[in-house]
Design a protein around this ligand. Structure first.
Ligand SMILES: Cc1cc2nc3c(=O)[nH]c(=O)nc-3n(C[C@H](O)[C@H](O)[C@H](O)COP(=O)(O)O)c2cc1C
Ligand SMILES: *[C@@H]1O[C@H](CO)[C@@H](O)[C@H](O)[C@H]1NC(C)=O
Ligand SMILES: *[C@@H]1O[C@H](CO)[C@@H](O)[C@H](O)[C@H]1NC(C)=O
Ligand SMILES: *[C@@H]1O[C@H](CO)[C@@H](O)[C@H](O)[C@H]1NC(C)=O
Ligand SMILES: *[C@@H]1O[C@H](CO)[C@@H](O)[C@H](O)[C@H]1NC(C)=O
Ligand SMILES: *[C@@H]1O[C@H](CO)[C@@H](O)[C@H](O)[C@H]1NC(C)=O
Length: 386
């Protein structure tokens, strides 16, 4: 009797559970009255990455904001990407010497030095947030000394983005591509990418079909890549012969494909469900990383593993790194931050570095590069963080 009453109550509580696309940490209380729609919240008032979304939602017009914000179909993957991190509790250790934690933030990605183990994932149409398009992203990445991966469908031409590189044009960029043209076009594209100075090619493999995007369809702002595209591992081998740059598959979503990629000789794999924008109910990269860790953990040693989707806090980054992920990507937070140009992007970089270092300290991690899966309880609590 008591038991079923409790169950009934629990189901009511679950039914009422709101989806927290923007968790309430008080920004609306502080700025809701003074920031009218179409105006920009002061950058100094933003304290975390989700605040950039709040700011974007008020500043961008609905169709432009919707292009950035949308996920596929019912947006179950979009929501899961955000919520999955709270389903696994941290296992903080105490009384550890964490005084060198900040010095352990820098890392290498494919052998290139960066100040932190996170990067800007490739996102199309930077011009929706800022008339300078991707220039704020490339400059902000340079100022923060992190990796940026420009999208093939950027608003600015590739040459303009690469011309804006910092550090005497030594700034390292990896170029994302969609391939659905013929081999001649691809050869020309690869030549252009090499001439521009990219250090790797990120080949998106999770989008052979159009993303079913209901939210975006209402405003005619669907995928920048809507045609069917033919990609196979045989073709991957052909493509590899057409460039001296490593070609990294982006959008690996199972341990089988991770294994196959290693067998095919890739230098790195990129776990991603495209920010929940392609196949709805596809897994988050944390779930894929966990699958790989459980079934074939050697993969994390055989190749570098990158992962993105739903990362908004330092603790999210730490959970991915703890499984063996080398570097973590963020898409939307940087696209929203680019409303403020390089200054906003740099602020987002600084916020995330600060959170990673301090969360690691609170977790009792002495060296971020030595974080292991023992810092997380991988038994999912299968509910929201309460
Ligand atoms: C507005 C937008 C445009 C995107 N365009 C591309 C793209 O051109 N190529 C690509 O491989 N991924 C693209 N993505 C996916 C991102 O690279 C990345 O996987 C995703 O944004 C990560 O999830 P997050 O936004 O929750 O961080 C795009 C994502 C967004 C939000
Ligand atoms: C501003 O936009 C938000 C979210 O898009 C909406 O909830 C709110 O009602 C809008 N306010 C005004 C004054 O239009
Ligand atoms: C990367 O950093 C290491 C260690 O700080 C340094 O020895 C190396 O020269 C750097 N590599 C590049 C390409 O700057
Ligand atoms: C919304 O903003 C984008 C980017 O600035 C612009 O291209 C578009 O025309 C705007 N749409 C509307 C309906 O105002
Ligand atoms: C600038 O480029 C040099 C040479 O490639 C590299 O060693 C250094 O890390 C870079 N610094 C920044 C801040 O990007
Ligand atoms: C591709 O290029 C080759 C050699 O330059 C040429 O013979 C061929 O006709 C081209 N194919 C297409 C489809 O353009």
């Amino acid at each position: 009797m008591h038991f079923s009453a409790a169950l009934a109550l629990a189901s009511v509580a679950l039914a009422a559970r709101p989806f927290l696309d923007e968790p309430d940490t008080g920004i609306d209380d502080q700025l809701g009255q003074i920031v009218s729609n179409g105006s920009l919240a002061p950058l100094k008032s933003l304290v975390g990455l989700p605040d950039f979304q709040w700011s974007a939602r008020h500043y961008m017009n609905t169709s432009a904001y919707t292009y950035y914000r949308n996920g596929a179909a019912g947006e179950w993957s979009y929501r899961n990407n955000l919520e999955v991190f709270s389903r696994f509790r941290m296992r903080p250790r105490v009384l550890r010497d964490i005084t060198n934690i900040e010095a352990s933030l820098p890392t290498t990605i494919l052998g290139y030095n960066f100040s932190a183990p996170f990067f800007i994932s490739p996102c199309a149409r930077g011009g929706y947030a800022n008339p300078d398009g991707e220039l704020g992203l490339v400059k902000g990445a340079a100022q923060g000394n992190i990796l940026y991966m420009p999208s093939l469908y950027s608003s600015k031409p590739m040459k303009d983005i690469y011309a804006a590189r910092g550090n005497g044009s030594q700034q390292v960029l990896f170029q994302q591509v969609y391939l659905d043209g013929g081999m001649n076009e691809t050869q020309q594209l690869f030549r252009d990418i090499e001439a521009a100075g990219a250090k790797a090619i990120i080949l998106t493999v999770d989008s052979p079909g159009d993303g079913i995007r209901h939210r975006a369809a209402r405003y005619s702002v669907g995928s920048a890549n809507s045609a069917y595209s033919l990609l196979t591992w045989d073709l991957y081998q052909e493509l590899s012969k057409m460039t001296s740059l490593p070609i990294i598959p982006k959008g690996i979503q199972t341990v089988e494909d991770a294994r196959e990629a290693v067998k095919q000789g890739v230098k790195a794999i990129f776990l991603s469900n495209h920010g929940g924008r392609q196949l709805d109910t596809s897994p988050s990269s944390l779930e894929v990383a966990l699958e790989i860790y459980n079934e074939d953990p050697e993969i994390f040693k055989q190749v570098e593993v990158f992962a993105d989707g739903g990362v908004r806090y330092g603790s999210d980054v730490l959970k991915l790194l703890s499984l063996g992920v080398k570097a973590v990507g963020l898409g939307r937070p940087f696209m929203y931050a680019n409303i403020y140009g390089a200054e906003g992007v740099k602020k987002a970089v600084d916020i995330l570095k600060y959170e990673i270092a301090n969360d690691a300290a609170n977790l009792g991690v002495a060296d971020i590069k030595k974080i292991g899966p023992e810092f997380v309880n991988w038994k999912s609590v299968n509910g929201w963080f309460s």
